[in-house]
Design a protein. Structure first.
Length: 288
C-alpha cells in the first residue's frame, strides 16, 4: 500500500520519471508497426579480428579525409567545461563525476549518428562536409533513431540513480568539502574496494546492455528504415553471433575512451571521430 507523503529516493524518482518519459515520448518517435510490415529481417554476418582492423583503418581514413577532429575541438571542450563548471559550483555533484563520465560509452552511439552519416555519404562517393552530419535529421528513420536515444537515455538515467545509491551506501550522504577529500574517499578509504568494485561491476552491466542495443541498431536505421524494434533485435542478434569479436570491440572502445580522456580530454578529439567512423564500417561488415 502506498505510503502518504512518501519521499522518493533518487532511484525511485528516476525510474518513475523515465518510465513516464519513455511511454509518452514513444508515441511520437516509434513508428507504427504496420509501416514496416512485410520487410525482411536484416541478415547478420560473422566478423573477426581482421574486420575490426579494417574498420579502424577505414575510420582513420575517414577522419583524415573529413578532418572532423577539428570539429570536435569545438564540441568536446565546451561540453567538458559545462560539466566541470557544474561540479565546481555544486559540490553535491562530486559523487556523480565518474558516473557522468560513463555517458560517453552509453550515449555515444546516438551522439555519433552524424559521423555515421558522413561515412555513409563518403562511402557512396559524395563530396562530404561537416554540415552533412546534420542531414541525419532529414532521414525518414529519424524518429526511430531518436527512439534508440530515449532507450539509451533511460539506461543512463537508471545507472546514474544506482551509482548515486552506491556512493551514498559506501561513502555516506555527506557531501565532501573539496575535490581532494572526495578523491581520497574514493581511492584511499576503507570503503574504496566496495565503492570501486561495485561501481565498476554495475557500470559494466549497463554499458554492455547499451552497447548490445545500439552497436548495430543506430547505423542500421540510418542505412535503411527497418523500424526501431527490428533494429534493436538485429543489434542483439549481431552481438550474439559475433560475441567474442564484439567483446574485443567493446574493450577497444572502452580503452580508447579512457586513454583519450587522461590528457585533459585532448585525446578524445581524435578518438571519438575514429571510433564513430569505424563503427559505421564495422556495421557494414556485420549486416548484409
Amino acid at each position: 500500500m502506498a505510503q502518504p507523503n512518501h519521499i522518493e529516493n533518487p532511484f525511485e524518482y528516476a525510474a518513475e520519471k523515465l518510465a513516464w518519459g519513455v511511454r509518452d515520448f514513444s508515441r511520437f518517435l516509434i513508428p507504427h508497426p504496420e509501416r514496416h510490415a512485410g520487410q525482411a529481417a536484416p541478415v547478420v554476418r560473422k566478423v573477426g579480428i581482421a574486420d575490426l582492423r579494417d574498420a579502424l583503418k577505414a575510420g582513420v581514413d575517414d577522419m583524415g579525409a573529413l578532418r572532423d577532429d577539428v570539429l570536435f575541438i569545438g564540441l568536446i571542450y565546451p561540453i567538458a567545461g559545462v560539466v566541470l563548471a557544474a561540479v565546481a559550483f555544486n559540490a553535491n555533484l562530486l559523487m556523480m563525476l565518474f558516473p557522468l563520465a560513463s555517458g560517453f560509452a552509453i550515449l555515444g552511439p546516438v551522439a555519433a549518428t552524424g559521423l555515421y552519416e558522413m561515412s555513409r555519404r563518403r562511402e557512396q562517393g559524395e563530396d562530404v562536409g561537416w554540415l552533412d552530419a546534420m542531414r541525419v535529421f532529414g532521414s525518414s528513420a529519424i524518429g526511430s533513431i531518436l527512439g534508440v536515444g530515449v532507450v539509451l537515455l533511460a539506461i543512463f538515467g537508471v545507472w546514474m540513480a544506482i551509482a548515486y545509491q552506491i556512493g551514498v551506501t559506501t561513502l555516506g550522504a555527506d557531501t565532501p568539502p573539496t575535490l581532494r577529500v572526495f578523491l581520497e574517499n574514493v581511492f584511499r578509504s576503507e570503503a574504496s574496494p566496495m565503492l570501486i568494485g561495485g561501481g565498476v561491476a554495475v557500470g559494466f552491466v549497463f554499458a554492455a546492455l547499451a552497447f548490445a542495443i545500439s552497436v548495430v541498431s543506430v547505423p542500421l536505421l540510418l542505412d535503411r528504415d527497418v523500424g526501431l524494434w527490428t533494429a534493436i533485435k538485429t543489434s542483439l542478434k549481431a552481438v550474439q553471433a559475433n560475441f567474442a569479436t564484439m567483446v574485443i570491440w567493446a574493450a577497444i572502445i572502452a580503452g580508447a575512451l579512457v586513454l583519450g580522456s587522461i590528457p585533459a580530454l585532448v585525446g578524445l578529439i581524435v578518438v571519438v571521430p575514429i571510433l564513430g567512423h569505424a563503427s559505421w564500417h564495422l556495421y557494414r561488415k556485420m549486416v548484409a
